[in-house]
Design a protein around this ligand. Structure first.
Ligand code: TYD
Ligand code: MG
Length: 455
């Protein structure tokens, strides 16, 4: 018998190696190389030769296609993130930190789909059926027609699914599934890859929508090779700050709808509740003006969302002052501090800077630059921005303010929530701002001079 070939693979990007190394050449990650048994012996060295294949039928782009029919769960936040409901024969990956509420969300989704008259199978590889049943009963979902199993052997799972042919199947989680033809532990790169491949191909062959739950590594990526994200049609992340009850379901890839769409939920004693008006939720009480606090009018997916950005600036005891950020990008903060110092001469040297996005939401839009700059200046100068003002705009390295998209939607949302003024870059297409009093600024120097009376 031939000696089994061992190989090593990167758990982030899936690149394979003959020998172990500390750093992956493919993606540059450290300590991600693990020993693996290859999925097969790999592609054979032989070329395709002269044997002919089947001739493909080529079509054109003009042929009318009916869009895929979608099934609605009735959980409108979930349907929105999926791009307007679940697509048959699709594979969806839901990733998130342990304990964030993935199993709760999917159990509720399973019950909602079952109540809407679809056949649903929920396979848990992590919890016993009794545990899932207990949770369902506590959530008041005991009566729904979800079929339940606790199983990790993918051969048994697939045999059952092929017999049942459900409309929706939930696999919680992909890291617990194992394929008996692959000789490595569940959760390893080759097992996760093989299990996902089998399940995605099952979805395509039988028309079942498959939802896979995926764990997330310390670095915040779905554990297992990146190839899983490429294999599935939709990748959703379920995120939230520990200690906050708000949870955000974010589409990062969607072959059937817009990416970057978010759904907002609140974790309650009775499971996850939908939050249909998230803006009201990310704002704290804003009766009295507070230095360092600024409301940013952002856009998440297709929806405008108002969030409060808080900054604190304090004298530092450290030789290298602290820069702490929650809910925003740390290197973007450094950039804003550098631009402020270079273009307005306001220095943060010898000062600790803390920046926090309230409510546990994470912002990635560059349009938050101006709000962050205002929060920093306001904290630094101890001058508060009037509480009924929203701020948005992108900052360029020259200190100029760059207009951002969807200004009109941002202003409308702000007006809806009782804000009466806005600060934005000059050149924004504000459309009909209604009663809003607008202050359109060309650059940082004007902002510092006019708003903070310094510089
Ligand atoms: P869970 O869905 O098990 O998380 P995951 O599958 O992502 O690991 O969620 C577990 C957490 O949710 C747990 O810390 C308790 C909390 N929780 C509630 O607050 N209320 C509830 O009704 C339920 C079911 C869970
Ligand atoms: Mg779970």
């Amino acid at each position: 018998m031939a000696k089994p070939i061992t190989q090593f693979a990167c758990s982030d990007c899936g690149m394979t190696y003959k020998k172990w190394t500390g750093r992956c050449d493919g993606c540059g990650a450290w300590n991600t190389i693990q020993e693996e048994v290859p999925l097969s012996q790999g592609p054979s060295k032989k070329s395709l030769g002269t044997m002919k294949g089947k001739r493909m039928a080529l079509t054109d782009l003009a042929t009318e296609e009916t869009p895929p029919p979608r099934t609605l769960s009735g959980l409108s936040e979930l349907d929105r993130v999926l791009g307007g409901g679940l697509v048959p024969a699709s594979a969806t990956l839901v990733g998130g930190d342990p304990g964030i509420g993935k199993s709760t969300l999917l159990l509720q989704a399973a019950a909602a789909f079952a109540n809407a008259g679809h056949s649903v199978v929920y396979v848990s590889g992590e919890e016993a059926t009794a545990q899932v049943r207990m949770r369902a009963q506590r959530l008041g979902l005991g009566d729904s027609a979800v079929r339940l199993a606790s199983e990790t052997n993918l051969r048994d799972v697939l045999t059952t699914l092929e017999a049942e042919k459900p409309d929706l199947c939930i696999i919680d989680s992909i890291q617990t599934m194992w394929v008996d033809t692959v000789d490595s532990a569940p959760g390893s790169v080759s097992q996760v890859r093989a299990s996902s491949q089998e399940l995605v191909s099952f979805a395509k062959r039988f028309g079942t929508s498959v939802i896979l739950v995926g764990h997330v590594t310390k670095e915040g990526q779905i554990a297992g090779p990146r190839v899983v994200e490429h294999m599935v049609d939709t990748v959703l992340y379920f995120e939230g700050e520990r200690g906050h009850q708000f949870r955000i379901l974010r589409a990062v890839k969607n072959r059937f709808g817009p990416a970057d769409e978010i759904g907002v939920f609140e974790m309650t004693g009775m499971g996850l509740a939908e939050v249909t008006n998230p803006s009201a939720l990310f704002l704290s009480d804003r009766d009295s003006p507070a230095p360092g606090s600024v409301v940013f009018a952002g856009i998440e997916g297709t929806r405008p969302v108002l969030v409060e950005i808080q900054a604190l600036v304090a004298p530092s005891q450290l030789s290298q002052p602290r820069r702490a950020v929650v809910g925003w990008d740390g290197s973007r903060l450094s950039m804003i501090l550098a631009v402020l110092e270079a273009r307005t001469g306001i220095s943060f040297q010898g000062l600790d800077v803390y920046l926090n996005v309230a409510g546990g939401i994470r912002i990635s839009e560059p349009a938050a630059d101006l709000a962050v700059a205002c929060a920093l200046l306001s904290a630094r100068e101890d001058a508060s921005i009037p509480p009924e003002t929203v701020v948005f705009g992108e900052l360029s390295l020259s200190g100029a303010l760059r207009p951002v998209a969807q200004a009109e939607n941002r202003l409308k949302e702000a007006a809806k929530l009782g804000f009466t003024a806005a600060m934005a870059p000059k050149g924004c297409k504000t459309g009909d701002a209604g009663e809003m009093s607008l202050r359109l600024l060309p650059d940082l120097t004007t902002l510092v001079g006019e708003v903070f009376g310094a510089g």
